[in-house]
Design a protein around this ligand. Structure first.
Ligand code: FES
Length: 475
């Protein structure tokens, strides 16, 4: 610096002033260049950020479009590519279903004869939310109509196949009412007659009992026997999703052999989890399997939560114990903050759903954190009340009959049946759409939104009740 001053002092004044002015200009130029450079870099970063947002959006829309293209309306042909026996008595089996594709030659024949609609091949199957189900439709000899049934998907998403698990539904007699429940014809057909290579009609996955995978809140899955299938799919999906989300599965089975093959991958995932975020409690109840009553919901007494002898220590990822499982007992096993922070997914027979609903309410768990899977009419009745409606006159237009609404019939299908008006119905819980009829005038309400997507101006009598003083149905 001193050298620079001496140099300026040695110069004639005009030259020195010129030098100072030049240095100043150079300094301003350097500053301006630097500022411009920084601004350009900032603009570049902003442009890159916006570009990435646009690219994300383009990707998201492309995903949605691809998803829509992969979906199909109604039923599509699937082939059983693998059948796994889950027990020694052929009463539970898992079916892996992949989209069916005719050989090129057969496709040519089908096109020429119009004998079969040829759908474009599927690259990947539509994704689904863990807990959802597909519907299967079968044409059984001796049945007037095609029969459809819902089966929960039992494994995490695989782009090439859906996996369902089917249990035999035995016939039974309600010991309280004496009402007879026939054996499940579709489950019997699937277990007795459907083997690898068989072709079935299958819908896209659907249903409103599903796990929110975008959340990080703890999840408590509570299931009984084969009803736990959707929970196993949820647990496996969570276990395969990296992160810290806690998933605790409480599952009660009747015997140690029950579901054991189906549970193997689940238990393995939990046992090998080093973080302890996955826990499984397997309770082996003492069910009266010889009672001949068939349905668990009728033979399980109200539980006290007392523990029976513990079969393995509590501090393992997988705990096996003997005794019944109940919410009061589960409450003692989970961290206290689960009561206000966890989501509960409950799947079981009707009586146990009713019991769990009561006990979770008593615990103070917010109802919007509790989700129940409904498999049949009894389960739906167990968790929903028939809303009181005023008097209503219901006209069944095609049958030419008008009836007074009586809440004892629980729904419009029940009211129709009381007057021998036949409305085709399969699931009776708002899932299959078979009972859909036009709503000529008036209004209806549902205890919970039905899974089936209704056409405008239609209703589902199996779950609807009147919501207006007069109602006219196209039935
Ligand atoms: S019978 Fe299935 S929706 Fe009504």
């Amino acid at each position: 610096m001193n050298d620079l001053v001496q140099l300026l002092e040695a110069l004639p004044l005009p030259l020195a002033l010129g030098a100072v002015s030049l240095a100043g200009s150079l300094g301003v130029l350097a500053f301006t260049l630097r500022w411009s450079w920084k601004s350009l870099r900032h603009l570049d970063a902003e442009r890159a950020r916006r570009l990435s947002l646009v690219e994300d959006e383009v990707r998201r829309v492309a995903d949605l479009e691809e998803q829509a293209a992969r979906s199909w309306q109604g039923y599509r042909k699937f082939q059983v590519v693998k059948r796994i026996e889950e027990d020694a008595h052929s009463s539970v089996a898992t079916f892996e279903l992949a989209p069916f594709r005719l050989s090129d030659e057969d496709q040519g024949v089908a096109r020429r004869t119009g004998s079969m609609m040829i759908l474009p091949p599927l690259k990947d199957l539509p994704t689904f939310k863990p807990g959802q189900y597909v519907q299967l439709r079968v044409d059984l000899p001796g049945q007037a109509n095609l029969l459809s049934r819902c089966y929960s998907i039992s494994s995490a998403y695989d782009p090439k196949r859906y996996t369902i698990t089917v249990a035999r539904v035995p016939g039974s007699i309600d010991p309280l009412t004496g009402m007879a429940y026939p054996a499940g014809v579709v489950s019997t057909y699937l277990l007795d007659s459907v083997h690898e290579r068989a072709v079935l009609d299958v819908t896209v996955p659907q249903g409103d009992f599903w796990l929110e995978t975008q959340s990080n809140e703890p999840v408590v899955l509570v299931g009984w026997g084969i009803h736990a299938v959707p929970l196993l799919c949820m647990f496996e999906t969570l276990a395969r999703t990296p992160g810290t989300r806690k998933a605790w599965l409480f599952l009660e089975v009747g015997h140690e052999e029950d579901l054991i093959k189906l549970l193997d991958p689940i238990l393995e995932l939990a046992e090998n989890d080093p973080t302890g975020r996955l826990r499984v409690w397997l309770s082996f109840g003492r069910w009266d399997t010889d009672s001949g009553m068939g349905r668990i919901s009728r033979r399980v007494p109200r539980l006290d939560a007392d523990l029976a002898e513990s079969l393995s220590p509590d501090d393992q990822n997988v705990t096996r114990r003997e005794g019944r499982q109940a919410v009061a007992w589960i409450k003692r096993k989970v961290p206290a903050y689960f009561g206000s922070a966890a989501s509960f997914y409950v799947s079981g027979p009707a009586l146990l759903l009713r019991e769990s609903k009561h006990d979770l309410e008593a615990w103070g768990v917010s109802p919007d954190r509790v989700h129940f899977e409904v498999f049949d009419r009894e389960s739906l009745d167990a968790i929903s009340e028939v809303e009181s409606t005023g008097p209503s006159r219901v006209t069944f237009d095609i049958a030419g009959k008008t009836l007074d609404w009586d809440p004892d019939h629980r729904n419009l299908l029940g009211l129709a049946a009381s007057a021998k008006i036949r409305i085709p119905s399969t699931c009776k819980i708002g899932k299959c759409g078979e009972c859909e009829v036009s709503l000529v005038s008036g209004q209806v309400r549902y205890p919970k939104d039905p899974d089936w997507k209704l056409k405008p101006g239609h209703c589902l009598p199996c779950v609807a009740t009147p919501a207006s003083s007069t109602l006219v149905l196209g039935a």
